[in-house]
Design a protein around this ligand. Sequence first.
Ligand code: 2DT
Length: 187
Amino acid sequence: MAAKRGALIVLEGVDRAGKTTQCKKLVQALQQSGRPAEMMRFPDRTTTIGQLISAYLEKKSELEDHTVHLLFSANRWELVPVMKKKLEQGVTLVVDRYAFSGVAFTSAKPGFSLDWCMKPDVGLPEPDLVMFLQLSPTEAALRGQFGEERYETSVFQRAVQQKFEHLMKDPSVNWQVGDPCLLQHDS
Ligand code: 2DT
């Protein structure tokens, strides 16, 4: 008998919202309840495309804004065969960032429409659930300074948050908003 398809669960949010911690906890909880589950993350910095993205994020290289947007999308597409195979095998995938980050971050830059930003990801496997981890500006401030990577400034993160709020109005996506402070106790 074929395995029941796994679920595709995405965690999104601005930086420092605790996505990675929550992804790990969710995978653990699913596994403990007897459901096969694995974590993935985007960008996946281990591939050739991912390494280009990583160098850009670490400010070790410069890339034109449209180009890097398309690379982020290509990084998702190159993993689609693996994702589909795992889902078909019954593995639930818990994904740390997906196309929503792609759209929110690029469209927060000047001169980018949401429409243009969404196009390259059309046709990707659709998530069954997208959890958005909300982080209030007060809580963000308590979590200390940003790191050194590109995009890690309060001004840019606020612009990204606004783009996410717009994306969350799309009723065709199963968005659930969560407060990371209520969900996690260890960070
Ligand atoms: P991490 O800190 O989670 O590794 O993210 N980003 C991410 C984009 O600009 N476009 C995308 O498509 C994705 C998936 C968000 C690294 C940074 O990359 C941004 C933060």
